[in-house]
Design a protein around this ligand. Structure first.
Ligand SMILES: *[C@@H]1O[C@H](CO)[C@@H](O)[C@H](O)[C@H]1NC(C)=O
Ligand SMILES: *[C@@H]1O[C@H](CO)[C@@H](O)[C@H](O)[C@H]1NC(C)=O
Length: 297
């Protein structure tokens, strides 16, 4: 916790498609998503204290499944060759955020979103500002409706967009963020991303809550779309039908992007690497963060 990275960027990065955006016009209906593991057990050591242990909250896996895809875990401390092999089997990557620095950088060097985040973390630690948005349900404000065109929000019913801006339908859990002003003042950031939504923290300070890359299929949220359907440990997590619809729209969008990936991984190799080769552990009694976790050690 002392060094910045651990909670520096609690972004949920949805990095659809490793680099390629257009290419094959044929839609692929068997998409596979890589999810990067996090150091630790997701329960502050109460389940597994091992120093090489890492985990994936099962809610992220179910989020991907809800969109019609399967998951291969990208275990952060595996040998690079294994990770590269697994990357060749996926159509998109879900990067669940948190400890950015410890994810092996070279694997994602092709991915501009991750390069950018890494650049921020490593070279411009001051880009992030403090916000009070730990365990807080919030609204999403839409500063520019034109920017929603072609984005994840395009598939939202206008009523739901309206409700998002007035009701607290999304779950936040972060201490840092970037204000619109800070992003506008940073050429690298503002030319790469467009702002889709902002949110107020507990003190009414406004931070960017959803961005999309201008030229790449990369969507980043500061909030946690997976929690509304799959996590129950904290009382402020919204579970209303509207909140669930937000999550479902988001999952469908993310996987629709992955369906455009030209990668057609061999079925047997996919089976060998699927997360179904592991059993999740019920953690809801030991930790409020996750109902179920996949552990890797
Ligand atoms: C992990 O370490 C802490 C502190 O030493 C201890 O209280 C806890 O029981 C350990 N957890 C497990 C699963 O061994
Ligand atoms: C709103 O978004 C559109 C489309 O991305 C962009 O062309 C326009 O410059 C934006 N307007 C403002 C005020 O940022």
């Amino acid at each position: 916790m002392a060094s910045p990275p651990r909670h520096l960027l609690p972004l949920l990065l949805l990095l659809a498609l490793l680099g390629t955006s257009s290419a094959d016009p044929a839609v692929y209906d068997r998409p596979v998503i890589g999810i990067v593991t996090h150091p630790g057990d997701g329960a502050a050591g109460r389940i597994d204290n091992g120093t090489s242990t890492s985990y994936i909250g099962a809610s992220y896996v179910k989020f991907v499944e809800a969109g019609g895809a399967r998951v291969i875990p990208l275990i952060y401390n595996e040998p690079d060759e294994r990770l590269l092999e697994k990357l060749s089997l996926v159509n998109g990557v879900l990067f669940t955020g948190g400890s950015v620095k410890r994810v092996p950088f070279p694997l994602f060097a092709q991915c501009l979103g991750f390069e950018l985040v890494s650049m921020i973390v490593s070279k411009d630690n001051n880009i992030l500002e403090s916000f009070h948005a730990s365990d807080q349900a919030s609204t999403l404000q839409f500063p520019n409706y034109s920017s929603l065109q072609g984005s994840v929000f395009e598939r939202f019913h206008p009523d739901l967009i309206q409700k998002l801006s007035t009701s607290c339908l999304v779950m936040q859990n972060h201490k840092y963020g970037i204000s619109p002003k800070r992003m506008r003042e940073n050429d690298a950031l503002s030319s790469f991303f467009k702002i889709l939504t902002t949110s107020p923290d507990e003190n009414g300070e406004v931070y960017i809550s959803t961005v999309e890359a201008q030229k790449y299929p990369i969507t980043c949220t500061q909030w946690h779309p997976e929690k509304a359907i799959f996590e129950w440990g904290k009382p402020m997590i919204p579970h209303s039908e509207d909140a669930v619809q937000v999550t479902q729209n988001f999952a469908n969008y993310f996987i629709s992007q992955a369906r455009k990936s030209p990668n057609r991984p061999p079925a047997d190799k996919v089976l060998d690497n699927l997360i179904y080769n592991y059993s999740p552990t019920f953690s809801g009694k030991t930790s409020k963060s996750f109902e179920l976790v996949y552990l890797f050690s």
